[in-house]
Design a protein around this ligand. Structure first.
Ligand code: GLY
Ligand code: MN
Ligand code: MN
Length: 444
């Protein structure tokens, strides 16, 4: 299906002049000077255009003829000894269907034959590589990345199917973790359960470092140690997903480790859940992501006010950025070949320089075909809240005694993955999130 992606790119680039796109695929990486090989993962733009998830390939797109040249590495017998059977040219042709398949040594000759007036490259490193062969030509580093980003934001039907499959398996793996969760186990045991179900279902590559966080670790946004014992009374936060053919899934759930939320945990959980549900219901074409972010923040602040943790009017709480003390990240991001996928800030759109919103990864207006996460959260981070209690302005909005009682609660985040459709959204996440459903599953 990757020919559709090339056609989208062709339609955006000028075919009047004799120009080419040149792109180099990813290479294998090793740990320092050892023979430990990192799992290979193709660079996302190269994967998008070719479907090739193997090292050491190159691509040339001839814009005038709309011809696709794929260059494969020539593997020798030693390669076969160490890495396995070498694919024949027929095999590669059949698998990737380029208009022209060459070995990489043919690159200079093909460039000479096309004789382009201009070369589009993604970055300096790739342009330096191609300049070995075409010293005199103008290289354009401005256009290609923006054009590819535009293509990647709006998913094709085939891309959506890969994302639905990644989500289907993620639903299974997350539910298995919920069923296995109990005090006395370790965070890494939950990761083992999760990875087992992903790999058993054929997904081999995690989309990002999974977070398996108990107690106060659940308030650490990028917690990756995953090595602490899960205690009775802890919240347990899991934020994890794998890729299907390169396309990510990225869900978060937060559970009571012992199967029943305490009253304080329930108050925070309900505030986050209510925000998440309201935002998802409001997701449809022409809605701005920053407006959804503010909606989520307001709903969660109302929840904290009802719980007597913050005080004052919601307008003032928002105006004074008090919400950023509890919700210090963005509401969500594009999802695709990268977990934090491209296209959140098109040229000319800048981040909003305000504490509660500057980490929002997209300011786009929702349109059909976009895929994004909706992931509000509330966290008790002493490094943020203790100074706020000493601050003249912020402390007026905080109930110090209640806040101090909550300081070791950790955090709650709930994250679903949605596709924006013509009249609303499709939610690909199907893992229990109502309190009663969670408690019922955990009760066995
Ligand atoms: N786990 C990365 C994210 O949710 O954005
Ligand atoms: Mn996540
Ligand atoms: Mn996310």
């Amino acid at each position: 299906m990757h020919h559709l992606h090339r056609e989208k790119l062709f339609s955006l680039l000028d075919d009047e002049e004799s120009a080419i796109v040149y792109m180099k695929g990813a290479e294998l990486m090793y740990r320092n000077d050892t023979d430990y090989e990192f799992p290979f993962r193709q660079e996302s733009n190269f994967w998008y255009l070719t479907g090739v998830n193997e090292p050491d390939f190159h691509l040339v797109l001839d814009l005038k003829n709309q011809d696709y040249h794929l260059f494969a590495p020539k593997r020798d017998a030693q390669y076969a000894v160490w890495h396995g059977r070498v694919k024949t040219k027929d095999h590669l042709q059949d698998e990737y269907q380029p208009d022209h398949l060459h070995y990489e040594s043919k690159l200079p000759q093909v460039l000479k034959d096309i004789d382009p007036d201009k070369i589009y490259c993604l970055n300096q490193e790739q342009s330096e590589f191609i300049e070995q062969f075409e010293r005199e030509l103008p290289i354009d580093l401005e256009t290609l990345e923006d054009a590819l980003t535009h293509c990647r934001v709006f998913k094709t039907g085939w891309e959506l199917d890969q994302m639905r499959e990644a989500a289907r398996v993620n639903n299974i793996a997350h539910t298995a973790v919920l069923e296995a969760l109990e005090p006395g186990k370790y965070e890494h045991e939950m990761k083992a359960v999760f990875d087992y179900h992903q790999i058993k279902n054929g997904l081999m590559q995690d989309a990002y470092n999974g977070i398996f966080a108990a107690g106060e670790n659940s308030a650490i946004l990028h917690y990756v140690e995953n090595n602490r014992e899960i205690k009775d009374g802890d919240l347990f936060l899991i934020d994890a997903g794998f890729e299907c053919n390169g396309y990510s899934s990225d869900f978060t759930r937060t559970y009571p480790a012992n199967g029943a939320f305490t009253d304080s945990q329930a108050e925070i959980y309900e505030a986050v859940l209510e925000a998440q549900k309201q935002v998802i219901e409001a997701s449809e074409p022409d809605v701005k992501m920053e407006d959804l972010h503010i909606l989520a923040a307001r709903v969660m602040m109302q929840g904290l006010k009802d719980a007597n943790i913050v005080k004052g009017s919601i307008d003032d709480i928002m105006e004074e950025d008090i919400f950023a003390l509890f919700f210090p990240h963005g509401l969500g991001h594009f999802l695709g070949l990268d977990t934090h996928d491209v296209g959140g800030y098109p040229k000319g759109v800048e981040r909003i320089d305000r504490p509660g919103i500057k980490f929002l990864r997209t300011r786009r207006t929702l349109q059909p075909g976009m895929v994004l996460t909706i992931e509000p959260g509330l966290y008790f981070v002493p490094a943020l809240l203790e100074p706020a209690l000493e601050d003249d302005t912020a402390s007026k909005f905080l109930n110090a005694s209640k806040l101090k009682e909550m300081m070791d609660l950790g955090g709650v985040r709930i994250e679903d993955n949605i596709i924006v459709t013509d009249d609303g959204y499709e939610n690909m996440t199907d893992v229990p999130k109502e309190r009663a459903d969670i408690e019922q599953v955990m009760a066995g």
